[in-house]
Write a protein that binds this ligand. Structure first.
Ligand SMILES: Cc1cc2nc3c(=O)[nH]c(=O)nc-3n(C[C@H](O)[C@H](O)[C@H](O)COP(=O)(O)O)c2cc1C
Length: 355
């Protein structure tokens, strides 16, 4: 399994949803950076279940045990190993469905790829739980970037058809990370909450979009063609299960624009060249232009739902139906906001370290 990401700062994720634990080995972190572990834990809590509406009833504290790489609360520069034990596992929930692959999950593809050898419990290594160590790695990257003047923030852009106020692509947004539904417009957040609850009662699920902005990231980083900033960010964000689309700046919206309305025009200031608009989302030619980096990623509805669906039965080799039991998020999006911030921060730290 390829669960390793990064050129200069590398992360290697390990573990399964119902195994002993999950974790990450992070190699190449710059040495000597002070890490506030309480702050990192608060960031982790935003992802862990129980905090957001529509989240799975599985209770995991996600306490991180650091085995190496941190000394006197500072990065040593040598590999940092972070371990998170699994406690609240109920594998019996999954034994019933192992013969019946869940539509939309990785049960069938995991079987096709590993011929039945992979751990299927709770989605195994495919589980959204694997985003916990990624979130922790990102919590470290966020602090290192912040000490360099780079701020990464995300909010829920939409759930179903309910939309929050979009970020202004020119400036740093207000911090809504303390909200269990992190949005700018609290009224829209309430509507999102109601929608998630309705879908949960209907034994169904709903998807949404997360918007992320980065301010203070220097111009001139990244490379053209294949290793460009968009492909690097996309590659780590598609490592988050359930992500199905990504766009930068105006994204797909550029297709209905004219060159004259889409181009970001440069102008001279006392502090150097600036751009009048930021439709490109801070990236041109695969290289940062010094404007805020702006992206949105789409999450599909949680595949495991209680509503009856059609599937196949691998024991009887016939068509069958399934109602997925166990504990699942009826909407992944609120929990995924800190995961997106983390993935973006980790990628940008790697890109910065590469120079
Ligand atoms: C934070 C988070 C939590 C998730 N929780 C669930 C869940 O409770 N039930 C579920 O079926 N899928 C959940 N997923 C999504 C699945 O892991 C994902 O859909 C599955 O692995 C298939 O991968 P794909 O959707 O990228 O194709 C979650 C994903 C994330 C990021």
């Amino acid at each position: 399994m390829s669960s390793i990401w990064g050129n200069k700062v590398k992360i290697s994720l390990f573990g399964e949803s119902h195994g002993v634990g999950i974790g990450a080995v992070i190699d190449g972190l710059p040495a000597g950076y002070a890490i506030d572990l309480e702050r990192a834990n608060r960031h982790m809590k935003r992802r862990s279940p129980g905090y957001q509406p529509g989240a799975t009833a599985r209770r995991e504290e996600d306490r991180v045990r650091i085995l190496s790489g941190l000394y006197m609360d500072k990065t040593t520069g040598t590999p940092l190993c972070a371990l998170i034990e699994n406690h609240d596992t109920k594998s019996a929930d999954y034994s019933k469905i192992s013969a019946k692959p869940r539509p939309g999950h990785a049960d069938l593809t995991g079987l096709a790829r590993y011929e039945g050898s992979n751990d299927p419990r709770g989605g195994g290594h495919f589980s959204g739980r694997l985003t916990a160590p990624l979130t922790f790695a990102g919590a470290l990257a966020l602090q290192i970037l912040e000490s360099r003047g780079v701020i990464v923030r995300a909010h829920i852009y939409s759930i179903g058809t309910i939309e929050d106020t979009p970020y202004d692509p020119m400036k740093i947004p207000k911090d809504c990370s303390e909200h269990s539904i992190p949005v700018i417009s609290e009224g829209q957040g309430l509507k999102m909450r109601e929608l998630i609850e309705t879908l949960r009662n209907e034994l169904d699920s709903v998807g949404g979009v997360i918007e992320c902005i980065v301010t203070g990231f220097p111009a001139g980083l990244g490379r053209p063609i294949f290793d460009n900033i968009e492909s690097r960010l996309s590659s780590i964000i598609f490592g988050i299960p359930a992500v199905k689309g990504i766009e930068f700046g105006r994204g797909f919206g550029v297709s209905s624009q004219k060159g004259s309305t889409n181009n970001d025009e440069p102008y001279m200031t006392e502090r150097g060249i600036r751009l009048r608009t930021n439709h490109a989302g801070g990236i041109e030619g695969g290289i940062t232009n010094g404007m805020p980096i702006l992206l949105r990623c789409a999450f599909k509805p949680t595949p495991s739902i209680g509503k009856q669906q059609n599937t196949v039965n691998l024991e009887t080799m016939s068509d069958d139906t399934i109602e997925v039991g166990g504990r699942h998020d009826s909407c992944i999006v609120p929990r995924a906001v800190p995961v997106v911030e983390s993935a973006v921060a980790f990628a940008l730290l790697d890109i910065m370290e590469e120079g």
